[in-house]
Design a protein around this ligand. Structure first.
Ligand SMILES: Nc1nc2c(ncn2[C@@H]2O[C@H](COP(=O)(O)OP(=O)(O)OP(=O)(O)O)[C@@H](O)[C@H]2O)c(=O)[nH]1
Length: 489
């Protein structure tokens, strides 16, 4: 059990290390991700989307300034006023004038509606008569009543196949200040559409205009959705709220992604400018960084764990070796031998093959110490250990059992084989010059074969008893237990 404890400790240490490292990496990586995510979202809501919206707004306003000026010039043109006051006779002259204005300023259409005759003139001549009963003409009667000099109105253009057109409707007065009609130009929304496409491409955002009824009226190049905004997933539920609030930042989920929406109302056009950003697309960059960081963290954690495992294993092996080895002789020490003996016992229980022990003790060793000193005694002990070790097979086990005592476990040896080996070892020690001084000594050996049932201590005690008998019989000899039966006769 004691041997398994360090292994268990190593596992828990590795587990703890892995846990700490991965928790640390994970926490810092996720923390960084969420901080960046919040920063990106805050920038989107607080800066990016409003900035895009206000850029588009000011571009559109800029685009509308010139047409308003042109319409104002038309309203104040003496030709227009004189022409009306002179009775609107030369229709061709008015058509020429309107055609000229349209061409010169690149407008989509140009018009004059006379209040006296209710006639709608364009560059082509008379288009029609306006009437208060015609729903398409309500704009005219609204302008007729309004206080301001002009309005910007978005309507289908009757003169141009109902193409959606931005009209500047400018009121015209005679020289006495009496209202005599409305003039102005119409602009195609193509320019606005181009502007939206350009912004859409540049910022990877969805940008479109919505009218006061909640219908998408103008959009950039890629808008694949129902013009009836209330029917669109996510944003559809917000339409009424947005139309009422006119301005704000909203969030909704569509296609599983979170979207941030910024809305501005453009009173000149009576349109709502919608600037939408798919937050998940905006976060794709930092999400990729998150995955890379997590992968790196995992790799670093695994490498650190692997290195720690290798270092600890080596260290533990060395510690175990050191703890198990006798420093003087390099043989197993007595404490460590317990494990080896347990193993031999387990092997025997699995497969009962003969196994024997030799207990060898150096004869009169005290005299060597006394005569030559302890260092020479140590060298002699090393020499004996080496001689014993060299005389054994790889499967045998040599233990330094006590001061000058050695226990040798011989696997696969019955008593007589063990006795034979013991005799061989005894003879080898007797003949070996030991240490630098080439000292000579002898050993006595007690031999015992395992009887298959006794405890190891009992087994070793029998070897010890045999050793005792060997000493008493004069030393430098081998005695087996049980003692050989006396010869008959
Ligand atoms: N130099 C040295 N001496 C040791 C070591 N370990 C034990 N000894 C000595 O070995 C001697 C053993 O003496 P004893 O037990 O009386 O036995 P012995 O002198 O060998 O006599 P017998 O065993 O009866 O033949 C003691 O004097 C111990 O001090 C060691 O590591 N180095």
């Amino acid at each position: 059990m004691a041997r398994h404890l360090p292994l268990f400790d190593r596992r828990s240490l590795l587990f703890l290390l892995g846990l700490l490292l991965s928790a640390g990496f994970f926490a810092t990586t996720l923390f960084g991700y969420f901080v960046s995510k919040h920063a990106i979202r805050d920038t989107l809501i607080g800066q990016d989307l409003p900035l895009t919206a206000s850029n588009i707004y000011s571009e559109i306003q800029k685009d509308l300034v010139r047409p308003v000026l042109v319409s104002s010039t038309m309203a104040n043109d003496t030709f227009v006023r004189d022409w009306v006051l002179q009775g609107e006779h030369d229709v061709a002259a008015m058509a020429r004038y309107l055609g000229e204005v349209r061409k010169r300023y690149g407008a989509f259409s140009s018009f004059f509606v006379s209040d006296r005759t209710s006639t709608y003139y364009t560059g082509e001549g008379v288009l029609k008569k306006v009437s208060p009963d015609e729903p398409r003409d309500t704009w005219y009667y609204r302008v007729r009543q309004m206080q301001a000099d002009y309005e910007i109105n978005v309507d289908p253009d009757l003169a141009n196949k109902d193409a959606l057109t931005i009209f500047i409707n400018y009121r015209v007065f005679d020289f006495g200040g009496n209202y005599i009609g409305t003039t102005g130009i119409g602009l195609t929304v193509d320019a606005v559409r181009r502007l939206l496409s350009e912004y859409q491409e540049r910022f990877q955002r969805t940008i479109y205009f919505v009218d006061e009824r909640g219908r998408i009226v103008v959009f950039g190049t890629r808008l694949n959705r129902d013009p009836e905004l209330r029917k669109v997933e996510g944003v559809g539920n917000l339409v009424d709220r947005i139309l009422a609030e006119r301005h704000g930042t909203y969030q909704f989920v569509a296609g599983g992604d979170n979207h941030i929406l910024h809305v501005n109302y453009l009173p000149e056009l009576k349109w709502y400018l919608f600037v939408e950003q798919n937050e998940d697309v905006a976060l794709a960059g930092i999400r990729r960084t998150l995955y890379v960081n997590l992968a790196i963290s995992l790799a670093v954690t695994l490498v650190v764990m692997l290195l720690t495992h290798l270092v600890l294993s080596r260290y533990q092996r060395r510690m175990e070796e050191m703890a198990a080895t006798d420093k003087l002789t390099g043989l197993l020490n007595r404490q460590a031998s317990a494990i080896v003996v347990d193993k031999v016992m387990a092997e025997y229980r699995r497969e009962p093959r003969p196994v024997s022990v030799l207990l060898a003790d150096v004869d009169h060793f005290k005299e060597i110490n006394d005569r030559y000193g302890h260092l020479a005694g140590d060298a002699a002990l090393r020499g004996v250990a080496e001689t014993l070790h060299n005389g054994l097979r790889g499967s045998d086990i040599a233990v330094r059992w006590g001061g000058e005592e050695f226990l040798l476990v011989l696997r696969g040896c019955d008593l007589s084989e063990a006795e034979w080996i013991a005799e061989k070892l005894r003879a080898a020690v007797e003949q070996a010059p030991l240490g630098e001084r080439a000292l000579r000594t002898t050993i006595s050996i007690g031999v015992a074969e395992y009887d298959g049932s006794e405890a190891p201590d009992q087994w070793f005690n029998r070897a010890d008893a045999a050793l005792y008998r060997a000493k008493h019989a004069g030393r430098n000899r081998v005695v087996a237990d049980p003692p050989a039966a006396p010869a008959a006769g």
